[in-house]
Design a protein. Structure first.
Length: 95
């Protein structure tokens, strides 16, 4: 599994610095995707009146799933599969 992680890291990382547009797009997505996601969820809360109750339930289920994934599933995976992150193993890579 570690070989796959390293190979994927090196494959994706060798594109870093080759295109200013792709670098800027990657930085933009990493920096602002969380805000875009929150705005998208808020739009569902104020969709047409006839669907508001259903949309609120959908948003509540989505937030509940995110909380379970963050505080239950992720720690379980980290506990069972403990390994260093690729950028820690290869500090000289242009991340």
């Amino acid at each position: 599994m570690r070989a796959l992680d390293e190979a994927l890291f090196h494959f994706l990382n060798h594109f870093a610095g080759t295109s200013r547009i792709m670098d800027a797009a990657g930085i933009f997505v990493a920096a602002y995707s969380q805000y875009i996601l929150v705005l998208w969820v808020l739009v569902f809360l104020w969709r047409p009146r006839s669907e508001r109750a259903r949309n609120r339930m959908m948003v509540a289920w989505g937030l509940g799933a995110a909380v379970v994934a963050r505080f239950i599933v992720k720690p379980a995976i980290v506990w069972f599969v403990e390994r260093a992150r690729p950028f820690v193993l290869f500090p000289d890579s242009p991340v």
